[in-house]
Design a protein around this ligand. Structure first.
Ligand code: ADP
Ligand code: MG
Length: 343
């Protein structure tokens, strides 16, 4: 190439926006995750999730949370706007909310046709705001109950390369179902409902009991096979694990939470499986809904904000504590032999 020529060019705002959006929103389940987290952060006691076509056609999340004023909702859909932190000091002193980056509504709006209807608690009037591919197409008054509904249609309509990556409706719905299940189990005091193509998949009562939530989400066969775990020496581990004969062929039903947040932790999962000794058939996995309480400074939950990974300061200690707590529960029920290895 001769002097003065270059192949390097600045990307347009639109291109930058759509590339960034693809990193936050991978598929319908990521939209559902962000919207459900917003509803929980908004102090909702009821959250309904309705999706069509696995979420590729339409996703609607309705809550009875604090809602937004007309001014609020207009700001909320802009880039990097949040009510949850003010500056880096807030972040360092620890955030109690699930979100704080201020990017979800903006990015979801950029890659779909989005409609937000919202009314603040105790407010006089509601607002409807419509976005198409990131542009605000209209804001006006709306008759709606207190709380918020975010409706997302035609996800990735303007990013065909992304849209092509979507799997079948049933696969996409399986991801959505997993996300809603994770949050429903972690929040027994919130009434969740999930609907797909107009049919109810599950609903929980929101009456604050993990056992009844497991029944609502997984059904009677699984619920009756669950054993309470309540213990842990170095680490507080409590919840439920299934009888060794009530298993599935994937590990997705081993749900683990650290300080109330759903996390993917191979350390915790392995510890649970270890507790069963040789009682599990090959390639079979139990159901588990296990909550660990650890001091905030002994765990890093922000290793990757979207992948839900965690890192423990002392993995070996966590592993032993979880395995022993689960093993004690199984032993108490005569479901493993006392000779299973302990460390
Ligand atoms: P973040 O959750 O990181 O703050 P979002 O883009 O998800 O960023 O949301 C931006 C802001 O919009 C939130 O900080 C909150 O003030 C408001 N908001 C979003 N969803 C809701 C909701 N369901 N109810 C009330 N306020 C909401
Ligand atoms: Mg958010």
């Amino acid at each position: 190439m001769s002097d003065g020529e270059t192949n390097i060019r600045a990307l347009s705002e639109t291109t930058i926006q759509r590339i960034a959006a693809g990193e936050v929103v991978e598929r319908p389940a990521s939209v559902v995750k962000e919207l459900v987290e917003n509803s929980l952060d908004a102090d909702a006691s009821r959250i309904s999730v309705r999706v069509d076509g696995g979420g590729t056609e339409r996703i609607a999340v309705t809550d009875d949370g604090i809602g937004m004023s007309r001014e609020d909702v207009q700001i909320a859909v802009e880039e990097h706007t949040t009510s949850k932190i003010r500056d880096i000091d807030d972040l360092e002193s620890g955030v109690a909310t699930l979100g704080f980056r201020g990017e979800a509504l903006y990015t979801i709006g950029a890659v779909s046709r989005t409609k937000i209807r919202t009314k603040p608690r105790g407010g006089e009037s509601g607002t409807e705001l419509r976005l198409v591919g990131g542009d605000v197409e209209g804001v006006g008054p709306a008759g709606c109950p207190e709380g918020t509904t975010v409706e997302v249609e035609d996800l990735f309509f303007n990013t065909p390369a992304r849209r092509k990556y979507l799997k079948t409706d049933s696969t996409e719905f399986a991801h959505v179902n997993r996300v809603v299940t994770q949050y429903a189990l972690a929040n027994p005091d919130v009434a969740f409902s999930l609907e797909h193509d107009g049919r109810e998949v599950f609903s929980t009562t929101g009456r604050g009991n993990l056992q009844s939530t497991i029944l609502s989400v997984y059904g009677r066969e699984v619920a009756t096979a669950m054993i309470a775990v309540d213990g842990g020496d170095a680490v507080d581990a409590s919840g439920y694990v299934s009888h060794p004969e009530t298993t599935r062929s994937t590990r997705e039903y081993v749900a683990t939470y650290v300080n109330g947040r759903y996390v993917r932790s191979s350390v915790v999962r392995e510890a649970i499986l270890d507790a069963y000794g040789n009682q599990l058939a090959p390639d079979r996995y139990p159901f588990a809904v296990l909550f660990l309480d650890v001091p905030a400074d002994s765990v890093d939950v922000n290793v990757h904000p979207r992948k839900m990974e965690v890192r423990f300061g002392d993995e070996a200690r966590v592993k032993t504590a979880v395995r022993d707590a689960v093993q004690d529960a199984l032993l108490d029920n005569g479901l493993v032999r006392a000779s299973a290895p302990r460390g």
